[in-house]
Write a protein that binds this ligand. Structure first.
Ligand code: DAT
Ligand code: MG
Length: 140
């Protein structure tokens, strides 16, 4: 499998509980390398734009509220098959369904406050990286 880059975000429920280091360690232990990272307290407009794909879902209002409730850490991760690998380390969207050892199993509070975001495909990874980072911020 090829070296890929994916977009990751540590959500407000996790930054507020001071879990940035523990979550990043799990990503690194899985073989993912942090090639860009910054702290962002996103505006409502930024959150609505980032999650535009979900704008017609019933949970959209709650999603925007939780994503703007505190700071996030946005990251670009690099590694072999990074997109799928990150999704595996994250675990299922609903922590009740997440496998043992995954970030969401260990740290998520609920389906809405589920601690991390990760891109789900090469196209969304490219879009999401470009949404938060310029090329010169990616340092492999
Ligand atoms: P994922 O974050 O695993 O890619 P998703 O893309 O389906 O999941 O949804 C994006 C986020 O929206 C998810 O991380 C949390 C929130 N969400 C999804 N389904 C929800 C639901 N049924 N109730 C509340 N929030 C939900
Ligand atoms: Mg998703």
């Amino acid at each position: 499998m090829a070296i890929e880059r994916t977009f990751s975000m540590i959500k407000p429920d996790a930054t507020q509980r001071n879990l940035t280091g523990k979550i990043t360690a799990k990503l690194e232990e899985a073989g993912l390398r942090v090639v860009a990272s910054k702290r962002v307290w996103m505006s409502r407009q930024q959150a609505e734009g980032f999650y535009a794909v979900h704008k017609d879902r019933p949970f959209f209002g709650e999603l925007v509220e939780t994503m703007t409730a505190g700071p996030t850490v946005v990251q670009v991760l690099e590694g072999e098959g990074a997109i799928l690998k990150n999704r595996e380390v994250m675990g299922a969207t609903n922590p009740a369904n997440a496998d043992a050892g995954t970030i969401r199993k260990e740290f998520a509070l609920s389906i809405g406050e589920n601690s991390v975001h990760g891109s789900d495909a090469p196209e969304t990874a490219a879009q999401e990286i470009a949404y938060w980072f310029s090329g010169i911020e990616l340092v492999g």
